[in-house]
Design a protein. Structure first.
Lengths: 109, 112
């Protein structure tokens, strides 16, 4: 099945810093999503981005489908950005989303 | 507001006592699924449903049942829960697997 790798696994930032999270996938996809799991466990949709670039406030994402990777940019990080960031793509049978292992982000004041 | 609603959010139960976790979506989505999240194992799919009365096993279906009698609801049934089913459970819905998926708030289940 499709493999999804995220990097880095852990990231510690000072408030106000910028960061880039990466998601590599092993096969071509028609769908890619980024999620934020907050400290209470909720999975929050960030981006649905099969290709191209999208921006939402301090966050933006770029997917280069032909090169099988996606990037999530967080600018001017805040403590509320802390949590785990997941990317997910459909498996080859389109029956499930395959998630990466996530990037755990801690933003300190 | 478009949403996926799971209930309960938290549940502590005893081994063998049947329970149901409900999931409801108001977006007229055809595709619904259940995942469990465990430390070190990530999110794994339990069951999915492509439409009413159509369900199929995911990666970890043992010990679970589902039903899809109407489009908006997709309950997860544990007929005889065991401690290894202690986990964080998520329900998700989308129009299909090529469209954006939305997740419920999660259900933290502890089986003692």
């Amino acid at each position: 099945g499709i493999q999804v790798e995220q990097s880095p696994p852990d990231l510690i930032l000072q408030e106000g810093a910028n960061s880039t999270l990466r998601c590599n996938f092993s096969d071509s996809v028609n769908n890619l999503q980024w999620f934020h799991q907050n400290p209470w466990g909720q999975l929050i949709n960030l981006f649905y981005i099969p290709s191209g670039t999208k921006q939402n406030g301090r966050l933006s994402a770029t997917t280069v489908a032909t090169e099988r990777y996606s990037l999530l940019y967080i600018s001017s990080s805040q403590t509320t950005d802390s949590g785990v960031y997941f990317c997910a793509v459909p498996n080859s049978g389109y029956s499930t989303l395959t998630f990466g292992k996530g990037t755990m982000l801690l933003v300190s004041p | 507001e478009a949403q996926v609603t799971q209930n309960p959010r938290y549940l502590i139960t005893v081994t063998g006592k049947k329970l149901t976790v409900t999931c409801s979506q108001n977006m007229n989505h055809e595709y619904m699924s259940w995942y469990r999240q465990d430390p070190g194992l990530g999110l794994r799919q339990i069951y999915y449903s492509m439409n009413v009365e159509v369900t199929d096993k995911g990666d970890v279906p043992e010990g679970y049942k589902v039903s899809r009698k109407e489009k908006r609801n997709f309950p997860l049934i544990l007929e005889s829960p065991s401690p290894n089913q202690t986990s964080l459970y998520f329900c998700a819905s989308s129009f299909n697997m090529n469209t954006e998926a939305f997740f419920g708030q999660g259900t933290r289940l502890t089986v003692v």
